[in-house]
Design a binder for this molecule. Structure first.
Ligand code: FAD
Length: 464
């Protein structure tokens, strides 16, 4: 994937507005502008903040985003489309996702729509019309049918990530790869390993479970090892594989799911406890997994051990998610057990809501607090339900499998639980996400409604 350095332009700003109209990041830009010619490095993270973020009487606010994963790119897209000048710092030299599938529920799909990335625009995807879980006695624990207002799609992580990257750059966001952030401060300074500091009106910490922003700024948080190992991969789809459905199977503390991601691809995940040595082994212990799930031998035989993502799964509980001008989003704020298929969906949704809320008031700090207050009632329950689900999965005594099935079956009959587990409509804000995320700017600087866009002159650079 690409990240093209962007050529920046330097020079003294043609100041037309009063000092009072400036944002903090612009005041800093003014100071740096005096030296701009001497150490300007086109295309580097250090050089970019010198860009002028205003045009005419209008001020464009600047967002520095740390992390180019699903959360960071969603935030970049949403903010850039709302008229912000955005830069994403990604420590890796290349932007990419692991080779596995991802399940997107209604709230995530609506967020994608709001970001201008409808699910149909992804290179691969498949609508999932039904779910079912079978236990170790080969009895169904639960099943459900999706509806038009509670949809589910499977896609690949790379298809989703690519689409978000394209949307972010098309909206004008700059992607700085090889740009590791070492910290940030509540007043909006971002510290870069290879330069800086730079100043922004908001800083979005989308730097994942081990968030540097979270730890460096001393956010109050707990990271919990959920005590299981996930193995995920994509394999070629065959005629024996499910289409339009996503069956899951439990065998004691082992769990497996197989879901089609679109033409030719089947997503397979295998979860087990860390003390299940044969379950954790790579190369995959086919004999052991086939003993647990005899009908899936044809799946195990197709797995390429070289292409399996193996990791221990953690959750992050963090409160608050914002401090001053800094907001944490995605796994940095709320990594959760993935059993509900909600963490990335929540991150995308939070990004859309962030752009909506931050667009309105002048007071960024209050706006960030309002954003957190609006998102917590959706995100926190998803994390808690994921945690409980995980305890049933990984912590259940092996000698009582039937009791577990019965309890889960009963739980699924509760409307409240189903809403959470099936995720989407209950967790999404009411109504479609028709946030005022502005359409990308046209070549002549007008949006599709013919309104003049208020962007910095240098922000008109070609997307990467
Ligand atoms: C097994 C499993 C299955 C899952 N299945 C689903 C699912 O089906 N549906 C769903 O919605 N969610 C699912 N999730 C959750 C989802 O994958 C995550 O919530 C999502 O990928 C997190 O994205 P993120 O951008 O917050 O973090 P990340 O993907 O971790 O991205 C963080 C980025 O920040 C960069 N970075 C880190 N530190 C720095 C730094 N100091 N400077 C610059 N850059 C930095 C990293 O290199 C990385 O690119 C699953 C998770 C797991 C573990």
């Amino acid at each position: 994937m690409r990240s093209r350095p962007h050529r920046t332009r330097f020079g003294a700003p043609a100041l037309q507005e009063s000092e009072g109209a400036k944002t903090d990041s612009e005041r800093e830009i003014d100071c740096e502008g005096e030296h701009a010619g001497s150490n300007a490095q086109a295309g580097t993270a250090e050089a970019a903040p010198r860009r002028l973020a205003r045009k005419g009487n209008h001020v464009t606010r600047r967002a520095e985003i740390v992390g180019g994963g699903i959360a960071g790119l969603s935030a970049a897209t949403a903010l850039a489309r709302a008229g912000w000048q955005v830069r994403v710092h990604e420590q890796a030299t290349e932007l990419r996702e692991i080779g596995s599938g991802i399940e997107l529920l209604e709230n995530g799909l609506r967020a994608l729509d709001a970001l201008g990335v409808p699910i149909g625009s992804l290179k691969v995807s498949e609508q999932i019309l039904s779910f079912a879980i079978w236990d170790e006695r080969n009895r169904p624990i639960t099943s459900s049918t999706m509806s038009e207002s509670s949809r589910c799609f499977m896609t690949t992580r790379s298809a989703l990530h690519n689409a978000l990257l394209q949307a972010a750059t098309a909206a004008g966001a700059e992607i700085a790869t090889g740009s590791r952030v070492t910290g940030a401060t509540a007043d909006g300074h971002v510290y870069l390993a290879n330069g800086g500091p730079v100043k922004a009106d908001i800083v979005v910490g989308a730097d994942g479970i081990g968030s540097r922003i979270r730890t460096a700024m001393g956010f109050s948080s707990v990271s919990r090892d959920l005590r299981y190992v996930s193995k995920r991969t994509l394999i070629p789809l065959t005629a024996d594989d499910p289409r339009g459905s996503f069956p899951g199977y439990w065998y004691r503390s082992r769990r497996i799911g197989v879901g089609p991601c679109g033409p030719g691809l089947l997503y397979v995940f295998l979860y087990c406890r860390p003390d299940d040595q044969r379950g954790c082994a790579i190369p995959l212990d086919r004999e052991s997994w086939t003993a647990s799930f005899p009908h899936l031998g044809h799946v195990f035989s197709r797995i390429d051990d070289e292409n399996v993502d193996v990791r221990r799964v953690w959750e992050v509980i963090c409160r608050p998610w914002t401090r001053g001008r800094v907001a944490l989003i995605g796994d940095a704020a709320h990594a959760m057990a993935p059993h509900l298929g909600q963490a990335a969906c929540m991150a995308m949704e939070s990004a859309v809501v962030l752009a909506e809320i931050i667009d309105q008031p002048a007071d960024v700090e209050n706006a960030l607090r309002a954003w957190e207050a609006r998102r917590r009632p959706f995100v926190d329950p998803a994390r808690r339900y994921g945690h409980v689900y995980n305890s049933f999965m990984m912590g259940w005594p092996a000698r009582h499998p039937a009791l577990r099935s019965t309890l889960v079956h009963i739980a699924y009959r509760s409307r409240a639980v189903r809403k959470r587990i099936e995720g989407a409509p209950a967790l999404a804000p009411q109504g479609p996400l028709t946030h005022p995320v502005k359409p990308p700017q046209s070549d002549d600087g007008h949006d599709s409604d013919g309104r003049k866009q208020h962007r910095g002159e240098d922000n008109a650079q070609a997307p990467g």
